[in-house]
Every structure is written in structure tokens, then in C-alpha cells.
Write a protein that binds this ligand. Structure first.
Ligand code: GDP
Length: 140
């Protein structure tokens, strides 16, 4: 096991329904530590840049609109194999396919409004963390 950091977002559907505590409990109960966290409203430019990899996908504009529709909580999570561990805790992108007990199974509203984002590789985690946090904002 190797200690890693991964990047997480509690999406607008989660903040709207006041679920930040319940979702954070899932991370903590499953061995991840929240080492940085802030509640922000993403700008359109930030959301477009953050999801630039999906630019050619048909849902891109809707996704950007959704991500700026309310506050989000951006986070850095730390723990053993944190990138893969968080993906497991989150569950599948489509909540209909998510395992019981996962965040998306319990809380997601739809394929788009699926409550959380989590980095899908260590390399992306590093880029995404640096996109939202300065080094001295992360306290391990
Ligand atoms: P993730 O890594 O599990 O978040 O999934 P992806 O990287 O494939 O997609 C990024 C985000 O785009 C997802 O978390 C959803 O919010 C959204 N998304 C993915 N696929 C679809 C889709 O088919 N329709 C819509 N409306 N949104 C989608």
C-alpha cells in the first residue's frame, strides 16, 4: 500500500441537498483523510477548463452548466491507494450501475448529477489538486 492524495469534488446536487457531512463520513469511514477542503462557486471558465477532456462529448455544455449551478466543495483526500480507494467509495458514474453502499448508489440523482467527482489516475490527481489548491492549503 502506498499513501496517495487524490482530488474530490462534492457537486452542486450534493451541496443543494445538504449532503456534505454524509458524503464526508463515507470518505472517513473508509480510511480517507480530508487534508484540504473549501467551498467555492466554480466560474464557467474553471468548469470548462477542468472538464476540457470531455469537450467533444455531447454532454459537455450541460455538464459545465450543472457544475456552476451551485456551490461545490473541492477537496484533497489522503490515504492508502487513495485514487483507487476513492473511486471504489464513489461507485460507478451511472448510479444505476453503482455498488450498494457507494456514494453514488446512495446519493446520486442521475448520471450527470452524481454527487461526486474523483480523480481517475494519480497523474490527473496531481494536476487537479494543483488546479484548485496551493501547497500550503493542504495539511496532511
Ligand atoms: P467519472 O470519472 O465517473 O466522473 O465519469 P466521466 O469522467 O466519464 O464523466 C465526467 C462527468 O460527466 C460524470 O461524473 C457525470 O457528471 C458527467 N457525465 C458522464 N457521462 C454523462 C452522460 O452520458 N450524460 C450526462 N448528462 N452527463 C454525463
Amino acid at each position: 500500500m502506498v499513501t496517495q492524495r487524490t482530488f474530490s469534488i462534492l457537486k452542486p446536487d450534493a451541496t443543494r441537498r445538504n449532503l456534505t457531512g454524509k458524503i464526508n463520513a463515507k470518505f472517513e469511514e473508509n480510511g480517507l483523510r480530508i487534508v484540504a477542503q473549501k467551498r467555492i462557486r466554480m466560474t464557467k471558465e474553471q468548469a470548462e477548463q477542468f472538464y476540457a477532456v470531455h469537450k467533444q462529448r455531447p454532454f459537455y455544455q450541460d455538464l459545465v452548466k450543472f457544475m456552476i449551478s451551485g456551490p461545490v466543495v473541492v477537496q484533497v483526500l489522503e490515504g492508502d491507494d487513495a485514487v483507487a480507494a476513492n473511486r471504489k467509495i464513489m461507485g460507478a458514474t451511472n448510479p444505476a450501475n453503482a455498488e450498494p453502499g457507494t456514494i453514488r448508489k446512495e446519493f446520486a440523482e442521475s448520471m450527470e448529477a452524481n454527487s461526486v467527482h474523483g480523480s481517475d489516475s494519480l497523474e490527473n490527481a496531481k494536476t487537479e489538486i494543483a488546479f484548485f489548491f496551493k501547497d500550503d492549503e493542504i495539511v496532511g
